[in-house]
Design a binder for this molecule. Structure first.
Ligand SMILES: [Zn+2]
Length: 146
């Protein structure tokens, strides 16, 4: 029997949950915003992007909240980028679109699920080598007991 790595299974399923959360967050972020602020920093999940702002002219109280209909002076683009706040040349906002985060998480997750798929019956559970006719109990390909 294959002994699936517990750590890899945890990473795989955590990443799968993160993919679902990102998928759900993406459309919701167009009507709502998750805003976290502290000191001169702000992070917003807004209009399909994760936006991080540095605004030395403002000192925020540390808080996280969900806000409907948030309008920021900077709107994110479909590609990663940055912008300065109008009227505040020292304030800057960087953003990365959620779709890029989703792809960055989904591709390795899909690979982990592909890699962990069960081997067909009669195949080595470690390397998937066809063991038809093998009665030795040892895989000739990887040398492990089967
Ligand atoms: Zn094998």
């Amino acid at each position: 029997m294959p002994r699936w790595s517990r750590r890899r299974r945890i990473v795989k399923w955590t990443a799968a949950v993160l993919c679902v959360a990102l998928l759900a967050t993406w459309p919701l972020s167009f009507g709502w915003a998750l805003r976290c602020q502290s000191w001169h920093l702000g992070a917003n999940l807004h209009k399909g992007a994760l936006m991080v702002s540095y605004h030395p002219g403002a000192t925020y109280i540390t808080a996280c909240r969900i806000m409907p209909f948030l309008e920021l002076p900077v709107a994110p683009d479909w590609l990663p980028g940055y912008a300065r706040y109008p009227g505040f040349p020292s304030a800057v906002t960087l953003w990365i679109p959620v779709w890029i985060l989703l792809v960055a998480v989904a591709l390795p997750t899909a690979y982990l699920f592909y890699r962990d798929r069960r081997p067909p019956p009669g195949h080595c559970p470690w390397c998937r080598y066809d063991l038809t006719g093998n009665v030795s109990g040892v895989c000739p390909e990887c040398g492990r007991e089967v």
